[in-house]
Design a protein around this ligand. Sequence first.
Ligand code: HEM
Length: 230
Amino acid sequence: MSATAVHFPAGSLRFWQTTVGKKAIMALTGVVLVGFVIAHLLGNLQIYESPEKLNRYSEMLHSMPALLWGARITLLVSALLHIWSSWQLWLLQRAARPIGYVKKVNAHSTYASRTMVWSGPIILAFVIFHLLHFTFGTVHPGGAFIEHDVYHNVVTGFQFWPVSLFYIIAMIMLCYHLYHGLWSMCQTLGISHPVYTPILRTLAKLVAILIAAGNISIPVAVMAGFIKPV
Ligand code: HEM
């Protein structure tokens, strides 16, 4: 019996109410979110060029309010739909197997797929903290938060090692989440080929590792004294 048949009589389902529909929403919103994470990383890596470069980049984004708010709303809607569809899929999966396994067998799941249940909430907690830390400046231990001085905020923020450690752990979670998410997306799209499937799996791993490594490099560079306050 399919997971959807548990809840809805066949024929009365809208696309977004089906398992396939929910997976498609997950995949589509996942693309938007990964796109943001890559663009955000490329912007943040300008910290290695100069303090002025990073601050000018932030200034440029804030000087286009229509574009900025358009992107923020798209991002927020995508994040909410991503969380909603994952929650719905989890409920359907649970309803399809109310008793549970006597002994958990992990033969067909990877470590990354098994960590999805808690890597998602950790990333959500990270994003909430991150906004308070670098966007609103409400929580900024280690130094004063100066509005529009992004370089200063990032450097003083990461000089406080417990915060850096939290970022590093969150980025490792993000790596597992992205790897499994990118890979699941290929499966939702029905990509299955004896030659291309293993290549796609390796590519998903590579993208996830590069994103996490790029992000982790920033708190590590600050703590190592490679990126200094001005
Ligand atoms: C070490 C890695 C990261 C650094 C140094 C960093 C840095 C920053 C900074 C400085 C801002 C404020 C920018 C400004 O006000 O102009 C910001 C905003 C933000 N960051 Fe990050 N970020 C990192 C990783 C991430 C990750 C992994 C995510 C998502 C999973 C993320 C999501 C966001 C969001 C949603 C905003 C708010 C953007 C807006 O103003 O609308 N960041 N980040």
